[in-house]
Design a protein around this ligand. Structure first.
Ligand code: ZN
Length: 212
């Protein structure tokens, strides 16, 4: 069994989606001064590797503490979108092809763009996107969750958020290390959020398990 960590480090200054405050991880106590070490966190729920709940875009939608835990773990497949042009919509056929041996129903579908490597650069938001066509496919096939190694699966006017979240499909953003899952077929994915009361999202520790 092999565990692959898919999580970015939550640290002061981590680049955030435009309009959000940059996170601060501030040393609150130290062993030298207080006898014990701790940090104060100041961050928006949508910082570094995190998962969006329906309530992020849906009035009265499920908040992160209300989404069943089952949604955050399960069989997953990877769609390799690294060869696509910047900002181009991910074709439905690419998703169909990635799922030809496994199907999409009940799967967690992760999109590998490689844009995690561009975090904080001006090109970071030029990642390929889940447009209307791809989002409709994911919804109609009943996927369990969707994730991407970019700051968002879409850009304004947010077609993926607006199609997936109302159907209860959580969205993982800022995943990393997806290159290590290329060609691996079906794997297990876990990305468990904090139980933030009425939270719109939560940072997660996301990882994949590959079994021999
Ligand atoms: Zn988010």
């Amino acid at each position: 069994m092999k565990i692959i960590d898919l999580t970015m480090r939550l640290k002061t200054g981590f680049p955030v989606f435009p309009g959000y405050p940059v996170p601060i991880v501030h040393r609150w106590t130290s062993i030298e001064e207080h006898g014990y070490y701790s940090n104060l966190l100041m961050l928006v729920e949508h910082t570094a590797t995190h998962v969006d709940a329906p309530a992020h875009f849906v009035e009265n939608g499920a908040t992160i503490d209300e989404v069943p835990l089952d949604r955050f773990m399960g069989e997953a497949i990877l769609v390799d979108a690294t060869s696509l042009e910047p900002r181009s919509p991910i074709p439905a056929e690419l998703i169909e092809k990635a799922a030809e041996n496994t199907g999409l129903s009940g799967k967690i579908v992760l999109f590998h763009t490689g844009y995690d490597k561009k975090a904080g650069t001006p090109q970071w938001h030029d990642h390929p996107v889940i447009g209307d066509e791809a989002a409709e496919l994911l919804v109609s096939r009943g996927v369990k969750a969707v994730g991407i190694d970019a700051p968002s699966p879409d850009n304004e006017p947010f077609p993926a958020h607006k199609k997936l979240l109302p159907r209860g499909i959580p969205i993982y953003e800022n995943l990393t290390n997806l290159d290590k899952l290329v060609g691996m077929g079906v794997f297990e994915f876990y990305g468990i959020p904090l139980a933030i009361q009425r939270g719109s999202a939560s940072p997660v520790r996301a990882f994949a398990i590959l079994r021999e």
